[in-house]
Design a protein around this ligand. Sequence first.
Ligand SMILES: C[S@@+](CC[C@H](N)C(=O)[O-])C[C@H]1O[C@@H](n2cnc3c(N)ncnc32)[C@H](O)[C@@H]1O
Ligand SMILES: [Zn+2]
Length: 301
Amino acid sequence: MFHVKHKVSRPICDYEGSRYSSVFWGKGREYEDQVERIALRRLLPPHSRALLDIGAGFGRLADLYRGANRVVLLDYSLSQLREAQERFGADERFLFVAADLYNLPFVGNLFDTTVMVRVIHHIVDVPGAFREIHRVTEPGGKFILEYANKRHLKAILRYFLRFSRVNPFSQEPYEFAPLHFDFHPAYIEGELQRAGFKVTESLSVSFFRVPWLKRHIPLSLLVSLDARLQKPLASLRITPSVLLKSVARKGEANAPRGFFRCPRCGSERLQEGSSALLCPQCRAAWEIQDGIYNFKNPRDF
Ligand SMILES: C[S@@+](CC[C@H](N)C(=O)[O-])C[C@H]1O[C@@H](n2cnc3c(N)ncnc32)[C@H](O)[C@@H]1O
Ligand SMILES: [Zn+2]
């Protein structure tokens, strides 16, 4: 008999059908995009055997993964992944996987690099997400995380000038809109540590995320100033966005033999069908739809 793991389901901020790439990243966010890229490039290892981008969306950052032999773009939204596929589908190193990050469809220790940018602000169960990322990251593997910082300079000023009653110094996550959270640096770093990660590097990003500055100062100047400050001022954590690089601490493990695992029952013995991966243990068929591995709703076989 098989054992079905009953997972507590957590609410997901669903991007299915959203126009995230054109509306959010349309005109006006060039500065944020460029400074995040600079920071991520600084933190990515020059070479990766297998890199997982969690909540990759339409693959905004995936052109930075040149040093990776295998790149997995994972997102809950199929429509985001289709956009990503249009951009990177021709590159054989890429795999596209639709799944919930709380229950990743991979065997343990599979990735030497895991990346998650602009996703944790949608996460209600941060400890659960970190535990799962730690499970799939190999011992000594790197996890690069971007989070939205509630203790940034503007929030501190607003609080002291009494424009806002949100205390930027309290450590609990602040839900400023449904399923949108800002986090205190100590909370994120504490939870990373509890999950088995050790933070080794940090960068503070987006010092000049102020509409007036973005309108009046040339983009290239703002970007180059930000790039210069990211490292020296990192320890202050006063920017709205922070990137951390952590190492997964865990005992040495054998190299993983498989790749996917069934997110319904945890079996690592999935078999390739003609257009699905079949789980012999719980009899879930996980469809492969136009090149996207869909681990959202299985069909029973
Ligand atoms: C703000 S977008 C960020 C996309 C990309 N990382 C970037 O920086 O452009 C957040 C992404 O997280 C995905 N997401 C949110 N919750 C998720 C979950 N539980 N599992 C997998 N993906 C999730 C959404 O579908 C969306 O594509
Ligand atoms: Zn199964």
